[in-house]
Ligand binder design. Structure first.
Ligand code: RP5
Length: 160
């Protein structure tokens, strides 16, 4: 993440990775404030065994694209709502030029970034695929239960 002020959002990704028992690192690295550290991280990541990078930044959010420019690892970008309702970060992250993609999730979409990272990691890992399938099944159960509860809500003109 570009700053620890992004941590309250990025915690959702961290909690999901913990739930899936996937080892991960967290760093505060800024494309503008600590560009040398960003370069070192991006260039060394693959050699250290990292498989996927989730990069989160707000405002003029160059971190994700800069990292993507220096590695062939998949980079998932999380636009953080730090100003302009997050639209500045969303456009900065998603509008990458041809050749340097960043798989961009929604504004503050840290949970989806965590899920997508695990989905990428699960290719060729049946045990991890099973854990993901369990997670998605629980989502289904939650909505089935919600739908049943909604059926009990009564309005004069509600017909179900
Ligand atoms: C970005 O600037 C960070 O990712 C953060 O979202 C935003 C504000 O950073 P702080 O001023 O809170 O450190 O680089």
């Amino acid at each position: 993440m570009g700053s620890t002020s992004d941590l309250p959002v990025m915690e959702k990704a961290a909690k999901f990775l913990d739930e899936m028992e996937v080892p991960f690192e967290m760093h505060a690295l800024s494309a503008h404030r600590t560009p040398e550290e960003v370069e070192h991280f991006a260039k060394e990541a693959k050699g250290r065994g990292i498989k996927v990078i989730i990069a989160a930044a707000g405002m003029a959010a160059h971190l994700c694209g800069v990292i993507a420019s220096m590695t062939t690892l998949p980079v998932i970008g999380v636009p953080i709502n730090a100003s302009l309702d997050g639209m500045d970060a969303l456009l900065a992250i998603v509008q990458m030029p041809p050749g340097i993609p960043v798989a961009t999730v929604g504004i503050n979409g840290a949970l989806n970034a965590g899920i997508l990272a695990v989905q990428i990691l699960s290719v060729g890992d049946p045990a991890l695929q099973d854990k993901l399938a369990g997670y998605k099944e629980a989502l289904k159960t939650k909505i089935v239960k919600a739908n049943a509860e909604l059926a009990e809500v009564k309005y004069k003109h509600k017909t179900n």
